[in-house]
Design a protein around this ligand. Structure first.
Ligand SMILES: Nc1ncnc2c1ncn2[C@@H]1O[C@H](COP(=O)(O)OP(=O)(O)OP(=O)(O)O)[C@@H](O)[C@H]1O
Ligand SMILES: [Mg+2]
Length: 443
């Protein structure tokens, strides 16, 4: 790790001393910040402070030892160097016993201070590097539990997520239906450390007239039916992540407006001239080739290039059949937990059969297969036999059948609720309730 960007916080109430220390450190290429009291210094100290603290022990409000004690509650690994009076051996011993990194006795040569600070900064850089690696490992482990698979393609996706999660970079996720685009978007948000919400909008699921107001919000009276002020999804995602699902279906007029928001980092609600600052991370998903759509005039290339800073490509399941076993085991286990059933044994020949399938519905299809397997329901595909010991109850079997039927119909109609409800010949509200019950679909 390079030490650039590491700072030295110098605390001294004597302006000449403060200036002298800061200048000596700056000459050594350090960034410095000065504070004239413990209280002012404490306002600048956080547990991830990339630097060290140099403080006089005698200060007007509280002394350097009490600053040291407070710093240790914020981050015990933060090096604090205290400046003590000449010949006060007893105090120097106390300082070191209290956990200071080192002390400098007055009067001192600037080089002496510079040297102690240099060592302190090296230690700090090492501490922060170890912490970052530890975080990365923890995130990686969490990601491995969420995004299952050991194929090269999935390993690459997980690595990319942990590399870019805590940046501001917009992300474009490409993948066929059921490959895990929404899952990746969620994982990106969770690993980002952003405090705001994860807000998803399906750009294909709404009529053109509604997309604008959904995204940008509106003021009362801005169009017929707009009776109250409404905060749009972009504003709602402030400080968080905005997931633009099926961005390929976004009407061109909305694309232009969105581009402006991304460029200017502010938005105006429909019917308002007031600019609202926005800070949300954009993650978009598409099944279509947006470059081709751009050539055909159906997608704005300028918007594409603005969002496509990082591309995550999710490989279809047929290209990573060696993940089938792991995914099946994972889904079977979670389905058993949901239905309170013992985990059945999966015969290797079943896995062979499954690996021969082309999986047009990708991981979602495999999840449905796992559900059916656990509940012992024979469907047209795949020809799964169950162990008789764990035959499902009638209500469980009915539920699994219902879930599979709804899920298949939703996929067939590209998640369009009206068409799905019509095909299944049930009211849309019933469909909605059932989707929620079975955890199908987006938000
Ligand atoms: N690698 C994976 N590990 C574990 N679960 C996965 C994985 N990929 C997908 N899933 C699961 O499969 C289901 C479908 O994934 P998701 O909804 O993210 O797909 P999608 O690409 O958004 O699909 P669509 O294009 O149809 O909206 C979800 O239940 C998701 O949790
Ligand atoms: Mg999706």
């Amino acid at each position: 790790m390079s030490h650039t960007g590491l700072k030295v916080l110098v605390v001294d109430d004597d302006p000449d001393m403060l200036l002298g220390c800061e200048q000596a450190l700056q000459l050594d290429g350090r960034l410095t910040v000065g504070a004239t009291s413990v209280d002012k210094a404490l306002k600048l100290i956080r547990s991830d402070l990339p630097g060290v603290i140099v403080s006089d022990i005698r200060l007007p409000d509280r002394d350097g030892l009490s600053l040291l004690a407070e710093v240790q509650t914020i981050d015990p690994d933060l090096p604090v160097i205290l400046i003590t009076g000449h010949g006060d051996v007893a105090l120097a011993v106390r300082v070191m016993k209290s956990g200071a990194y080192d002390f400098v006795e007055k009067p001192f040569l600037p080089e002496f201070l510079v040297d102690v600070v240099r060592r302190g900064l090296e230690k700090r850089a090492l501490t922060l590097e170890v912490r970052a690696l530890r975080h990365q490992l923890r995130d990686q482990k969490r990601l491995e539990e969420r995004i299952i698979g050991h194929s090269v393609g999935i390993e690459r996706v997980r690595r990319l997520i942990s590399e870019i999660a805590d940046t501001q970079a917009p992300v474009m996720i490409h993948g066929e239906t059921g490959t895990g685009k929404e899952l990746v978007a969620h994982c990106l948000h969770e690993a980002s450390g952003r405090r705001g919400r994860f807000v998803a909008i399906n750009c294909g699921g709404l009529p053109e007239s509604l997309v604008e107001s959904e995204l940008f919000g509106h003021e009362p009276g801005s169009f017929t039916g707009a009776t109250k002020r409404r905060i749009g999804k972009i504003e709602y995602a402030n400080g968080g992540t905005l997931f633009l699902d099926e961005i390929d279906s976004m009407p061109v007029s909305v694309q232009i407006r969105l581009l402006r928001v991304l460029q200017e980092r502010t938005l105006e609600r429909l019917g308002s001239n007031v600019s609202v600052p926005v800070d949300c991370r954009i993650v978009a998903a598409t099944k279509e080739d947006l470059v081709k759509m751009g050539e055909a005039g159906r997608f704005r290339p300028d918007l594409y290039y603005r969002i496509n800073v990082v591309t995550v490509k999710l490989p279809p399941l047929r290209e990573r059949l060696n993940d089938v076993r792991l995914l099946l085991e994972h889904f079977v286990q979670s389905s058993c937990a949901t239905h309170g059933r013992p985990t059945p044994e999966i015969h290797p020949s079943k896995i062979q059969q499954l690996m021969a399938h082309s999986w047009p519905g990708n991981v979602r299809e495999l999840r449905n297969v796992a559900d059916r397997f656990v509940l012992g329901i024979e469907m047209a595909f795949p020809p799964f036999a169950t162990t008789d010991a764990t035959l499902p109850s009638l209500p469980e079997a009915v539920e699994a059948f219902e879930r599979a039927m709804i899920s298949d119909a939703l996929r067939k109609h590209g998640m369009n609720l009206s068409q799905t409800a019509a095909t299944l010949r049930i009211p849309k509200t019933t469909l909605h309730d059932k989707m929620r019950k079975y955890g199908l679909g987006g938000e």
